[in-house]
Design a protein around this ligand. Structure first.
Ligand code: ADP
Length: 240
């Protein structure tokens, strides 16, 4: 409870810090800054955003650990979700010269939690962004039907991960490269949160990769979460 209160309290001052940085960057609002000042404001804003992300991740981990994360159950047009993501990611991909490919070929609908699925896809795709080569980087993602589930995938042509390191990948705070000079910033919570979310939604998440040959992440989502939750309830009642 204490940890959860502290993380909540840490979050509130960050919103005005980020907001005021944005105001300072707009010359029409409270005056024009020179390029050095603008650069300083940019560093403050970037780090405040990182802190906000970290605090959000810690809150998510706590909620998952205590089984208190709330999940929605609405029909999701998978194509619409992936197109929306494609558009949102366009500027990040263009900045880093990465080719993004949405290779979905079917019209799919699932009944689940759209925001949480988007959170997981974002996490997998933004991780991939940091590991693809600076020239010729490619990230392919999409979805396909698989019996009474939908299989989502995110594949990259980056550094890949050795089988040895894959074992700990979904553990909290696990990072492969912990050096200060590492290119990929992060808290090591993203994949642990993704696993917690997918399993709470009734699916599974895993990786297939070889060092030097890119990484492919997969997760499944039952076509209808309400059915899965119901059948689990019936099963556990039967067991009792
Ligand atoms: P982080 O917050 O550090 O991104 P994650 O749990 O998302 O934490 O990832 C754990 C570690 O797995 C990362 O530190 C990174 O080293 C490695 N990793 C994740 N995705 C990829 C990928 N697509 N290619 C290579 N390594 C990856």
């Amino acid at each position: 409870e204490f940890a959860s209160m502290v993380t909540h309290e840490l979050k509130s001052p960050l919103t005005p810090i980020i907001g005021w940085c944005q105001t300072l960057k707009n010359p029409k609002l409270i005056g024009q800054l020179n390029s050095k000042q603008l650069n300083a404001v940019d560093v403050i804003q970037r780090n405040a955003k990182r802190l906000l992300q970290l605090v959000g991740d810690i809150l998510d981990v706590q909620k998952l650990d205590l089984n208190r994360m709330k999940f929605d159950s609405q029909p999701i047009d998978v194509d619409d979700l992936l197109n929306y993501m494609y558009n949102n990611l366009q500027s990040v991909m263009a900045q880093k010269n990465i080719r993004q490919i949405n290779s979905t070929k079917e019209q799919l609908t699932v009944r689940s939690d759209r925001n949480r699925i988007e959170q997981v896809l974002n996490n997998l795709i933004l991780n991939a962004v940091d590991f693809v080569p600076s020239e010729g980087g490619e990230i392919e993602y999409g979805a396909q039907s698989k019996g009474d589930e939908v299989l989502f995938y995110v594949k990259d042509n980056g550094t890949g991960i050795s089988p040895e390191k894959q074992k700990n990948l979904f553990h909290k705070f696990y990072q492969i490269d912990t050096s200060v000079t590492r290119k990929h910033g992060g808290s090591g919570l993203g994949l642990a949160i993704s696993k917690g979310i997918i399993e709470s939604l009734g699916g599974k998440i895993w990786i297939e990769s070889e060092l030097g040959k890119g990484a492919s992440f997969y997760f499944t989502i039952p076509n209808d979460r309400t059915n899965t939750a119901m059948s689990e309830k019936v099963m556990s009642e039967k067991v009792m």
